[in-house]
Design a protein around this ligand. Structure first.
Ligand code: PGA
Length: 252
């Protein structure tokens, strides 16, 4: 059976005290009501990552980072290397998020190199792909997603690809309150799985966790997760409230 994952992307939210409180609340939620068979990941802002690793040690909650640099080390002011993340106990890293593509000009080539660094240091990349509203309206979403998959993933060896988690995040649904319908999500997830199967074979594709992201919340998570090719969610806004995030993790 494929891994089910619910990952919280806190983005640039919460101060240190609030971050600690959110993790404590989350741990309480999962202690009272565990989510068996679901991998729960939180990706706090970079300064709190180490503390969150310590706070969640020995619990069922895993820690991710929201980004890493594509180089091993060096003169890159303000950046964080995959090796640094690994050295403090981080296990996942979100790469290729549309906000980083839009605001920081991250290209597919950049993202491909980041995925390589993450894998070299045994971090699980959560690779985000998804179309803009104009691309969806023009009926170009499959073409756009295929190009994103090709540019960032197809160079990977099958043993590397087997470790990658994919997140389909239609850009028009991120932070907008507008969610893809379960049918729209399923259609794209099945397409992504087919593309991975074409490239790497059906067995690998069947094992690949493909998450949905974009205004996923307790009220719509279940209908999304019921879709056969939706293996969980990458959650932004709703991951900032422990009860909502826990409810989403219990929506399978
Ligand atoms: P959202 O963000 O849940 O707030 O739409 C999702 C994401 O950007 O990962």
């Amino acid at each position: 059976m494929r891994e089910k994952i619910v990952a919280g992307n806190w983005k640039m939210n919460k101060n240190r005290t609030e971050a600690k409180a959110l993790v404590s609340e989350l741990l309480k939620e999962f202690k009272h009501k565990p989510a068996p068979g679901v991998t729960v990941v939180v990706a706090p802002p970079m300064p709190f990552t180490g503390e969150v690793v310590d706070q969640t040690a020995g619990t069922s909650v895993q820690v991710g980072a929201q980004n890493c640099h594509q180089s091993e080390s060096g003169a890159y002011t303000g950046e964080v290397a995959a090796e640094m993340l690994k050295s403090i106990g981080v296990q996942y890293v979100i790469l290729g998020h549309s906000e980083r593509r839009t605001y920081y000009g991250e290209t597919d080539a950049f993202v491909a190199a980041k995925i390589d660094r993450a894998l070299e240091h045994d971090l699980v990349p959560i690779y985000c792909c998804g179309e803009l509203l104009e691309e969806r309206k023009a009926g170009r979403h499959f073409e756009v997603i295929e190009a994103q998959l090709k540019a960032a993933l197809y160079h990977l060896h099958p043993t590397e690809m087997a470790k990658v988690v994919i997140a389909y995040e239609p850009v028009w649904a991120i932070g907008t309150g507008e969610t893809a319908t379960p049918e729209q999500a399923q259609e794209v997830h099945a397409f992504i799985r087919q593309k991975i199967a074409d490239q790497y074979g059906r067995e690998l594709a069947e094992g690949c966790a493909i998450l949905y992201g974009g205004s996923c919340k307790p009220s719509n998570a279940q209908s999304l997760f019921l879709q056969p090719d939706v293996d969980g969610g990458l959650i932004g806004g709703a991951s900032l409230k422990a009860a909502d995030f826990a409810a989403i993790a219990h929506s399978f």
